[in-house]
Ligand binder design. Structure first.
Ligand code: FAD
Length: 387
C-alpha cells in the first residue's frame, strides 16, 4: 500500500491547481514544495490573457491592472498599436495568487508540505526521496518548474532562456495603463523587452533572451535610459528567472510519472507565457491520472501525452515558426517589416484576430491575406512558412 495515491512535486501555480483537481476527485494527494513560502521570489511578469477566467479561479483581488491593448515598437521606434473593447489580459499579483491556489488545494484535502526539497524519484516504483525520508505514491506528478528533478529522471533535453525584470516607479503619470508595450530588437531575439504597467506610475519592465543575467541587466538598463517614459524611473526591485524552451520531442509521461507546467516545457515559444497552458494541462492530467488510479492501469497515462499533443502541437509548432522568422531578421528587416505591417493597417487585423494564447488564428489570417508574404523578406517567408 502506497503512502499517497498522488504526490505532486512543486507547489507552483500549476502543481497546486493539479493538486486541487485531484483532491476534489477524492484522491489522497500530497504536495511537496522546497520553499518555506509559496510564490516568493516573484519570477513572473504576471500578464495573463483573458482566457484565464475560463481555465482557473481568479478572484478580482489578485488583478492589479486590466490591459486593453498593446504597443509594438521596432528597433528605430516605429510603433504599431492594437486595442480591444474588453480587457485582453490581466496583470496579476502572482505571489498572492500562487498562495491562494495552494490554499484551494489544501481546502479540498491535499496535504501541503513546505520546506520539503525532493532530491530524487523512482518512476518505476513510485518513490520520492528527501534528505532524511522517502514517501511512496501510485503516481508522481512533476510540477517542479524549469529545473525539474522529475523531468531530469525522464532524460529530457530541457533548455531555458534567462529573464530579468525590474519593478519601477516613475513618480509621474508616464504610462497609459490600458496598454502593455513590447520592444523588439535583433540583438535580443528570439526574446524581447516588455513594459507592463501596474498603474499610471509603476510598471514591470523585463527582458528575456539567451544571454546571461549580467548581459540582460546591461541591455535593460541601456533600454531604460533611452526610453522617455522610463529614463527617470526608480528601480524598486530586481528579479530574475528562467523560461523553459518548448521541445516537442520531450516526453511528458514515463512509467508512474507525468510532467505538467514549466517542467513539461508547456510554455508559449513566442511570449514565454506558461500559466494558461499549464492550467489547462493540469485539468486534463488530473482526469487521466484519476482514471489510471481507479482502473489500476498505468498505460492510461499515455492518453495525457496524446491529448496534450492533439491540443497544442499545431499551435506551438506555429509559434516556433514565428519565433524562427523573428530570429532570422536583422534590425533593418525588423524596422521595414513593422513599417509595412503598419502601412497594411495590421493593428485592425490583430485587434480582431489577436489572442495572446491562441496565435494560430491570427497567423492563418495573415498568411491567407498575403500580408506575411508582402512584409517578410521572400526567402525567409518561403523557408519558414513554406509559401
Ligand atoms: C521573468 C518571467 C516572466 C514571466 N512572465 C509570464 C507572464 O507574464 N505570463 C505567463 O503566463 N507566464 C509568465 N512566465 C512564466 C511563468 O512564470 C511560468 O510558466 C509559471 O510559473 C509555471 O508554473 P509552474 O507551476 O509550472 O512552475 P513554477 O512556478 O516554477 O513552480 C515550480 C515550483 O516547484 C518548486 N520546486 C522546484 N524544484 C523542487 C524540488 N526539487 N522539490 C520541491 N519543490 C520544488 C519551486 O520552488 C516552485 O514553487 C514568466 C516567467 C519569468 C521567469
Amino acid at each position: 500500500m502506497k503512502d499517497y495515491e498522488v504526490v505532486v512535486v512543486g507547489a507552483g501555480p500549476v502543481g497546486s491547481t493539479f493538486a486541487r483537481y485531484a483532491a476534489e476527485k477524492g484522491l489522497k494527494v500530497a504536495l511537496f514544495e522546497k520553499k518555506k513560502e509559496i510564490g516568493v521570489p516573484l519570477q513572473c511578469a504576471g500578464l495573463l490573457g483573458n482566457k484565464i477566467r475560463e481555465v482557473n479561479i481568479l478572484p478580482d483581488e489578485f488583478i492589479l491592472n486590466k490591459i486593453y491593448g498593446a504597443h509594438l515598437y521596432s528597433p528605430s521606434n516605429t510603433m504599431i498599436s492594437m486595442r480591444k473593447k474588453e480587457p485582453l489580459a490581466y496583470v496579476l499579483d502572482r505571489i498572492n495568487y500562487d498562495k491562494f491556489l495552494a490554499q484551494l488545494a489544501v481546502d479540498e484535502g491535499a496535504e501541503l508540505f513546505l520546506n520539503h526539497h525532493v532530491n530524487g524519484i523512482d518512476i518505476e516504483n513510485g518513490e520520492i526521496y528527501f534528505k532524511d525520508k522517502k514517501v511512496s505514491a501510485e503516481i508522481i506528478v512533476g510540477a517542479d518548474g524549469y529545473s525539474s528533478v522529475v523531468s531530469n529522471e525522464f532524460g529530457n533535453n530541457s533548455k531555458t532562456m534567462q529573464a530579468v525584470q525590474y519593478l519601477v516607479d516613475t513618480g509621474k503619470e508616464n504610462f497609459d495603463d490600458d496598454y502593455f508595450q513590447v520592444n523588439v530588437n535583433s540583438e535580443i531575439s528570439p526574446g524581447f523587452i516588455w513594459t507592463i504597467p501596474l498603474s499610471k506610475t509603476s510598471a514591470r519592465v523585463g527582458i528575456f533572451s539567451d544571454y546571461d543575467y549580467q548581459s540582460l541587466n546591461r541591455i535593460l538598463n541601456t533600454f531604460m535610459a533611452s526610453d522617455e517614459k522610463l529614463k527617470d524611473a526608480t528601480v524598486l526591485k530586481k528579479y530574475h528567472g528562467q523560461i523553459p524552451v518548448y521541445n516537442p520531442k520531450n516526453d511528458i509521461i514515463k512509467k508512474r510519472a507525468i510532467l505538467i507546467g514549466d517542467s513539461a516545457s508547456q510554455v508559449k515559444p513566442t511570449t514565454g507565457g506558461g500559466l494558461i497552458i499549464g492550467f489547462i494541462c493540469a485539468k486534463i492530467a488530473s482526469e487521466i491520472v484519476y482514471e489510471a488510479i481507479k482502473s489500476k492501469n498505468m498505460d492510461i497515462l499515455k492518453n495525457y501525452q496524446k491529448e496534450y499533443r492533439k491540443m497544442y502541437k499545431n499551435e506551438l509548432t506555429m509559434q516556433l515558426k514565428v519565433q524562427k522568422a523573428y530570429e532570422s531578421l536583422n534590425n533593418d528587416n525588423l524596422d521595414s517589416v513593422i513599417l509595412k505591417l503598419k502601412e497594411n493597417e495590421i493593428g485592425k487585423i490583430v485587434s480582431e484576430y489577436g489572442d495572446l494564447d491562441s496565435q494560430s488564428p491570427l497567423m492563418k489570417k495573415l498568411l491567407k491575406s498575403g500580408v506575411i508574404f508582402s512584409v517578410l523578406p521572400g526567402l525567409i517567408s518561403r523557408k519558414i512558412f513554406g509559401l
